[in-house]
Every structure is written in structure tokens, then in C-alpha cells.
Design a protein around this ligand. Structure first.
Ligand SMILES: NC(=O)c1ccc[n+]([C@@H]2O[C@H](COP(=O)([O-])OP(=O)(O)OC[C@H]3O[C@@H](n4cnc5c(N)ncnc54)[C@H](O)[C@@H]3O)[C@@H](O)[C@H]2O)c1
Ligand SMILES: [Zn+2]
Length: 365
């Protein structure tokens, strides 16, 4: 078991990483003074898999447990679901001392964190991330949110959890596509900050994909440490440091939203393509070498992720990109690789260069 401290003054907390932690949840939470009534926000499939273990562990340390179920999709991140949850918690909360446990992937983490932030202007919450993406990314850093029709994550709050428990064993039941989804973010960490992590992924990608616990624990710890470091220096996304986390995400988001009605690409797959396109843009701008680009693209492919776009046309993707720009004051800001472990943030890259790079990565035209 590894512990990573997140140092944010009075909002500091621990991230605990290891195999088999679910059965220790009660003991881990015991010393935090959260209250004694746990409201676990999760979904039906996860309840089926883990209800008994989680409940037993919490009961053992004298917590009461109530499960609140939400739909198993991005649709759970809606104002409707959030407010209904708050009402149900309020009805249950008479003469109790409630705290919230987010038990799920990024969807549940974002939603449960948001509800914890707004219910009674804030009750304590704990993240138990169950996807690789949530363990390495979304459960860390205190960004909570729900979606609006116009765009994702538009309503939210910075609200730090009191603990994050990343149980590697939970990844055993995660579908292979979801492991790859998280791998895209892990590759991102390697490119932006950590060439040793990148080299580890190049060597051990197949062990990770078959969920070897030791490799996963290394990858989750190393990635968490990078995100923690960035968050500690830019908790509220104000100094620009947190921006490096957007490597692959500008074009990635455009692909994700252009393909959303087809559900062709999930987040990690879109980011993987976005990282490949960012390589080509960096190459064109002579920021990086073709060798660095090839290494990054080769690792993306080894991880079973796409570097090329199929089934979408340039105008659709560019339309989404332009829409995205409206939310960043009309200018694009790209995180571009320089070498493995080092990126540069460039503002106002000409649209022509971005379009060319996207075009280069379109399959069948
Ligand atoms: N807050 C942040 O900083 C941040 C960062 C990145 C992403 N996000 C958000 O995260 C969300 C995506 O999260 P995600 O990729 O984890 O997807 P997800 O939460 O939808 O989970 C993916 C699927 O895996 C299933 N699942 C989860 N854990 C499982 C397990 N252990 N075994 C079997 N099945 C399991 C879920 O039920 C779901 O069907 C998006 O809404 C995104 O906006 C937030
Ligand atoms: Zn991401």
C-alpha cells in the first residue's frame, strides 16, 4: 500500500493506492472524523459487483451505509440527477451525520463530488475510483461537475475529497476498452512530465493491459503523483500550470463531441488521436523531432488506442473545435510535445496548421 499526500493547507488529504483496499475502507475512513452515516453513490452494475465487500468493510467499523443509485452513463451528470440525489439525501439525513462516498468511474466521481459540494453548502466526501481513468485522473484534484446541453462540465465546483482510495483490485472487472481509456491519460502523463514512466509503458504495456497488479500499482502511483504535483501548485486552475494536463485534449475534445452522437470514440480514444495530431502540429512547427512523434504514436498504438480518425470528416471536427474556442476567449491554446517528458504551451496556432494535421490523420481521406 502506498500513500501520497496532497498538500492543500486545510484541504489536505491522502491518496491511498494498493490491491485489496476495499475491505479496509472502514478502517481507512475511521480516523478522518467524517460522520458515521455513509451515503454511497454508485450504479447498478457496480453495486452488483461490490456491494457486499464495501458494506461489510464499513459495517465492521460501525458506519451505517445507504446506497444511492444513478444511471450508468454520462447522463448521470445532469442537474436533474444531482438535485434528486440531494433531495433523497436530505430526506434520509434527519438526525444523522452524513458523508458521501463516490464509488465508480469519473462520471460518478464528478457527480457525487458536485452533490457533496452543494448539499448543505458542503458535506465531506471520499473518492473510491473504480476505473483506471478515475484512479489516475478524475478522482484527484477536486474538480467536480455536471453537464449542460450546451457543453460538458459547465456547472461545477472545486471541492476536495477527504481521502481517495485507489484499489487496484477493482480494475479486474473493468472492461478492456476502459483500461485502454485510462491508458491514454497515463501516456499523457509520460509525455508531459515523466520519461521514465513513458519508458516503463513502452516495456510493460501488455502487462498493464492484462491487469498485472504490480504494473498497475506503479502506473497509478506514478500518474497520481504527477497530477498531485500539478494540483498542489495550481489548485484552482489559475496559474496555467494545470493547463499541461490538456495535452491531446483540445483536438481530442473536438473529436469526442463530433463523434458523440455515434458513440464512436470514448474520451481516451479521442485523447489518443488528439495526442497524435498534437505531435504532427509540433513537428510542423519544428518544436519536436519526427523520432519523438514516432515514439509517441507507437506507444499509443501498442496500448490498443487509435491514432487515426475514421468515420468523421474534417468539417465536423473543425466545427467542434471552433465551438470549443468560444469557451476559451476565441483563441486556441495547444499543449505540444518537445521531447518525451517535456511539453510547451503555444497560443494561437494558425487554424491552417491544425486543420492540416487533422487531415493527415483522417483515414480514408
Ligand atoms: N474531474 C476531473 O478532473 C475529470 C478528469 C477526467 C475526466 N472526468 C470525467 O470522467 C468521466 C469519465 O469517466 P470514466 O472514463 O471513468 O467513465 P465512467 O465513469 O462512465 O465508467 C466507465 C464504465 O465502466 C463501468 N465501470 C466502472 N468501474 C468498473 C469496474 N471496476 N468494473 C466494471 N465496470 C466498471 C461504469 O459503470 C461505466 O459503464 C467523464 O464524465 C469526464 O468528464 C473528470
Ligand atoms: Zn482526459
Amino acid at each position: 500500500m502506498k500513500t501520497i499526500k496532497v498538500r492543500l493547507k486545510e484541504r489536505s488529504y491522502d491518496i491511498v493506492i494498493g490491491a485489496g483496499l476495499l475491505s479496509k475502507t472502514g478502517a481507512l475512513l475511521q480516523k478522518l472524523g467524517l460522520g458515521k452515516d455513509a451515503v454511497v453513490i454508485t450504479n447498478k452494475p457496480l453495486l452488483g459487483l461490490y456491494k457486499r465487500d464495501l458494506e461489510t468493510s464499513l459495517h465492521k467499523d460501525r458506519f451505517t451505509v445507504r446506497f444511492e443509485l444513478v444511471p450508468d452513463s454520462e447522463k448521470a451528470k445532469s442537474s436533474n440527477v444531482a438535485l434528486k440525489l440531494a433531495s433523497r439525501i436530505a430526506a434520509y439525513d434527519k438526525k444523522r451525520s452524513v458523508f458521501i462516498i463516490a464509488f465508480g468511474g469519473g462520471v460518478i466521481g464528478d457527480l457525487a463530488g458536485f452533490v457533496a459540494a452543494i448539499y448543505k453548502r458542503g458535506v465531506p466526501y471520499v473518492q473510491i475510483p473504480t476505473t483506471l481513468l478515475a484512479q489516475v485522473d478524475s478522482a484527484i484534484g477536486g474538480k467536480t461537475a455536471i453537464d449542460l446541453n450546451i457543453a460538458k462540465n459547465l456547472v461545477g465546483a472545486f471541492y476536495q475529497p477527504r481521502m481517495v482510495i485507489s484499489d487496484i483490485s477493482l480494475l479486474e472487472t473493468l472492461p478492456a476498452r476502459q483500461i485502454r481509456n485510462g491508458m491514454a491519460e497515463v501516456i499523457k502523463y509520460g509525455v508531459i512530465k515523466d520519461r521514465q514512466l513513458f519508458a516503463f509503458l513502452e516495456k510493460k504495456y501488455s502487462d498493464i493491459l492484462r491487469r498485472d497488479k504490480e504494473s498497475l500499482e506503479f502506473v497509478v502511483s506514478r500518474s497520481s503523483r504527477i497530477k498531485v504535483n500539478i494540483v498542489e501548485h495550481d489548485e484552482l486552475d489559475k496559474t496555467g500550470l494545470r493547463a499541461v494536463l490538456n495535452y491531446g485534449h483540445t483536438v481530442g475534445h473536438a473529436i469526442e463531441s463530433a463523434s458523440s452522437y455515434l458513440s464512436r470514440y470514448n474520451h481516451g480514444e479521442s485523447v489518443a488521436i488528439g495526442m497524435a495530431v498534437a505531435c504532427d502540429i509540433a513537428s510542423k512547427l519544428k518544436l519536436t523531432s519526427p523520432e519523438v512523434c514516432e515514439r509517441i504514436k507507437a506507444l499509443i498504438k501498442k496500448a490498443g488506442l487509435p491514432t487515426k480518425i475514421t468515420g468523421l470528416n474534417l468539417s465536423k471536427i473543425c466545427g467542434s473545435l471552433a465551438h470549443d474556442k468560444k469557451f476559451v476567449r476565441g483563441k486556441n491554446r495547444l499543449v505540444l510535445p518537445v521531447s518525451i517528458g517535456k511539453v510547451k504551451i503555444i497560443d494561437g496556432v494558425p487554424d491552417r496548421i491544425i486543420n492540416e494535421a487533422i487531415k493527415k490523420n483522417l483515414k480514408n481521406g
